[in-house]
Design a protein around this ligand. Structure first.
Ligand SMILES: C[S@@+](CC[C@H](N)C(=O)[O-])C[C@H]1O[C@@H](n2cnc3c(N)ncnc32)[C@H](O)[C@@H]1O
Length: 411
């Protein structure tokens, strides 16, 4: 973590830093430098939000991996910057929504990715002990069925598939051991449409595959012993039940109306009007991830329909790879659309706080701050504070600026 001495305050009225180039003299290679401007208290909170990186175990954080998730403490800090119901139009795995619940604030999360909405819903489900017992017992039955199927398949040298209950997605044969396939199939059959149990299954689908990681689509060699999938599934289900119980405990005596809604919705076309005191979000960074293709295995196994999400996804890496200048123009136009939709969802004097990084495509930076600022101004929002921190990006082995900006509706 960088020391506070490495923060540089911009004098009021100083010219705005362009946002795309590297910061001067970074004191620490990895934590980088920080730049802040505007309201002193708010900008200090924004800097702290950008600097969190220690592991946090509370509530349902850590239940399901999701690319580019916010840090839970950062999410809590962002929520403290406004009042009333919270909207996260790019909710991903729902980190911010979990923290909204803990803060006793009702919230709405939207995402076009059906895996994101499945995970965000599961992580923010309010449960009682009876419901958690049902989850544990359903998942235990599923794990037992999976264990039997996996052992039978393994005993046949991976050739016996007579126990399969439903067609297996084509992509699975390439990415899983045969016994893992029959185990996943058995789990899928027993849990049916139960949303929490489906989220548990989703949480293990990459781990039990031959894929290198959540964000690297490379194949690793080797096999895993039979029943690994069944055992991991059962363990995760018990973990989720425990985490949901912890979430309830942290919410204390919050009334039943404090709930999270999660919609599968394009952030550019939100229908909400004047309902929210705070929009707090982290949209995709330009050209960094392909959120939907990264979920290929989950979409296939869970029968989730990507629908129009492929073309609606903002700032995808594939768009920047195919035509950079079109992608930059689309990025600006899309930023205007989602900011307009977010502004309409805000109450008068409502606030919007955004965490976003610049893109780095083929070694060249893509500015994210300029288009965001222009779009906010066009919607009658004033900038209250801003912070920028340089962070090490392992993917490109370079420092990359990350920003947190707070705006307020002027009317
Ligand atoms: C940086 S991630 C959000 C991560 C989230 N804050 C978390 O903590 O898990 C950005 C999200 O934006 C979603 N997204 C991309 N284009 C979208 C669009 N047009 N409308 C809504 N969501 C979109 C992606 O599916 C992805 O989940």
């Amino acid at each position: 973590m960088a020391s506070r001495r490495s923060e540089r305050r911009l004098a009021a009225g100083a010219p705005e830093w362009a946002g795309a180039g590297p910061l001067r003299q970074s004191l620490s290679q990895r934590a980088g430098d920080a730049l802040r401007e505007g309201d002193a208290d708010a900008s200090a909170i924004l800097v702290s939000a950008l600097r969190n990186h220690e592991r946090v175990e509370r509530a349902t954080h850590g239940f399901h991996a999701y690319p580019a998730g916010l840090h839970p403490d950062a999410a809590a800090a962002l929520i403290s910057l406004g009042e009333g119901p919270v909207l996260d139009p790019f909710c991903g795995g729902g980190t911010l929504l979990v923290e909204a619940l803990i803060a006793g604030r009702p919230a709405l999360g939207c995402d076009i990715n059906p895996v994101a909405t499945l995970v965000a819903r599961a992580r923010t489900t309010r449960t009682n002990e009876a419901e958690r017992t049902v989850l544990r017992s359903l998942c235990r039955k599923a794990a037992e069925a999976a264990r039997r199927a996996g052992q039978q398949n393994h005993a046949s040298g991976g050739r016996d598939h007579s126990m399969l209950q439903a067609p297996v997605p084509d992509v699975a044969w390439e990415w899983y051991d045969p016994w893992a396939i029959v185990e996943i199939d058995a789990i899928r059959h027993v849990i049916g449409k139960d949303p929490l149990a489906r989220a548990v299954l989703s949480s293990i689908l990459v781990k039990v595959s031959r894929r290198e990681s959540e964000t690297a689509n490379r194949k690793i060699e080797g096999t895993r012993p039979p029943t690994t999938t069944a055992t991991l599934f059962h363990k995760r289900a018990r973990e989720l039940a425990r985490q949901l119980e912890d979430l309830e405990a942290r919410m204390g005596s919050a009334p039943a109306e404090v709930r999270v809604r999660v919609h599968r919705e394009d952030a550019k076309e939100l229908r909400e009007r004047g309902e929210f005191g705070l929009v707090a979000t982290s949209p995709p960074y330009p050209g960094v991830y392909d959120y939907l293709p990264l979920q290929q295995l989950r979409l296939a196994w869970l029968g989730l329909d990507a629908g129009a999400a492929m073309s609606a996804e903002l700032g995808s890496r594939r768009a920047f790879r195919s035509d950079r200048s079109d992608a930059v123009a689309d990025w600006k136009a899309d930023t205007q659309k989602w900011v307009r939709a977010a502004a309409r969802a805000l109450r008068p004097k409502g606030r919007m706080v955004v965490v976003i990084g610049d893109g780095l495509v083929a070694g060249r930076p893509v500015d994210s701050l300029g288009p965001l600022g222009e779009a906010a101004r066009a919607e009658g929002m004033e900038r209250v504070a801003r912070a920028t921190v340089e962070r090490w990006d392992d993917g490109v082995e370079r420092m990359r600026p990350e920003h947190a900006v707070l705006y307020e509706r002027t009317s």
